[in-house]
Design a protein. Structure first.
Length: 291
C-alpha cells in the first residue's frame, strides 16, 4: 500500500474513533434521536471528512441500517440498547467503526461483542483464515450465553466502497479467505439474546446507487442529481430535498438504479449489541485504524 493511501486510512480512522467516542456521549435517556444523528453527522463534516454512509443508530432488536427520518420523533428511552455505527472517509478511504451504548443494564451483552472483536483482532496476521476469526468471535459470544448474528459479517473496504471481499464471519467456520498483508477490512461482531439471525423490516431510510442508467421520471432524475456526489456510497432519504421522494425512490429501486437497505432486526423483544473496528493487515499483525 502506498504511504499516502495508508495516511488517509489512518486519518479517517482517527476522526471516526474520536467522533464515535464523543457521539456515544450524546446518547442519553430523553435525548432526541434525530438531534443526536444530526449532531454526530455534523461532527464528521466539521472534521473536514465525509460520511461513508448515513450514521446508523439501531435500537434493541434492530441490529443495523436504521437512521433518523426527516421528522423522526423518537426519543432514547431507559433500557434501550443502542448501536452507533459510523463510517468516515477521507478522499474515499474509509474507516468503519461501531459501539454499543447501554441505556439499560446489559453489561454482559455489550461485553460479548466487544470481546469477540478484541479476540478476532488479536489473531489477525497474514496467513490466518477468516474462519479462524469467526470461530474466535463465536466462542466469546457463546461463552457469555448469547448468539452471534450469523447473517451479518465484517467486510473488506476499498476506495468509496464499503462492502468488498473478504467477508469476516461472526460464526464458527472452517477455512475461508486467507488474510494477506495490505488487506483493509472491518470486523463487526453482533451478539444477540434472540435467534442470531436478522431479517428485513419494512422501515427503509438508507439507499445506495448501483448503476448509472437513464431515467425519465423528473423526480427520479432530480434525486440522481442530488446523490451524484456520493460516488456510489450509501445515502439517507433524510438528506434529500426532493418533494416527490417516495415516488422517486420507489421508481429508482424498481429500475435497479438504487437499492434499499431496510432495517435488519432479530426477533421482537430481543436485544443486540455490536462492536466494530477497521484494520489494515501488516506483515506481523494489523494496524487498527479506529482504535
Ligand atoms: Co461495517
Amino acid at each position: 500500500m502506498k504511504d499516502e493511501v495508508m495516511d488517509k486510512y489512518i486519518e479517517a480512522g482517527k476522526i471516526a474513533s474520536e467522533i464515535r467516542r464523543k457521539g456515544a456521549g450524546e446518547i442519553k435517556v430523553g435525548a432526541s434521536y434525530l438531534a443526536v444523528v444530526d449532531t454526530i453527522e455534523e461532527m464528521v463534516r466539521d472534521a473536514g471528512a465525509g460520511l461513508a454512509f448515513p450514521l446508523n443508530v439501531s435500537l434493541n432488536e434492530d441490529a443495523a441500517h436504521d437512521t433518523a427520518s426527516a421528522g423522526d420523533e423518537r426519543v432514547f428511552a431507559q433500557g434501550d440498547v443502542v448501536k452507533l455505527d459510523l463510517g468516515v472517509h477521507v478522499d474515499g478511504y474509509i474507516a468503519d467503526t461501531a459501539m454499543t451504548v447501554d441505556l439499560g443494564d446489559h453489561p454482559l451483552l455489550v461485553e460479548a461483542s466487544a470481546r469477540g472483536l478484541a479476540s478476532a483482532i488479536s489473531m489477525v496476521a497474514p496467513g490466518v483464515t477468516v474462519g479462524e476469526l469467526g470461530s474466535a468471535i463465536h466462542e466469546e459470544i457463546e461463552s457469555r450465553g448469547f448468539r452471534p448474528v450469523a447473517n451479518l459479517t465484517g467486510h473488506g473496504l476499498d476506495r468509496y466502497r464499503i462492502h468488498t471481499p473478504p467477508n469476516i464471519p461472526n460464526i464458527r467456520l472452517n477455512g475461508g479467505a486467507v488474510l494477506e498483508e495490505g488487506m483493509v477490512f472491518a470486523i463487526e461482531p453482533f451478539a444477540s439474546t434472540g435467534i442470531g439471525q436478522v431479517s428485513e423490516k419494512h422501515r427503509t431510510e438508507i439507499y445506495q446507487q448501483l448503476a448509472v442508467k437513464p431515467v425519465r421520471l423528473p423526480s427520479a432524475r432530480r434525486v440522481l442529481e442530488e446523490i451524484r456526489q456520493r460516488q456510489g456510497m450509501p445515502f439517507s432519504r433524510r438528506w434529500l430535498n426532493e418533494g416527490k421522494l417516495d415516488l422517486a425512490l420507489s421508481t429508482l429501486v424498481r429500475s435497479q438504479v438504487i437499492r434499499a437497505y431496510p432495517v435488519l432486526s432479530d426477533v421482537p423483544g430481543s436485544l443486540v449489541s455490536q462492536a466494530e473496528h477497521t484494520l489494515i493487515v501488516t506483515s506481523e499483525g494489523c494496524l487498527v485504524t479506529t482504535a
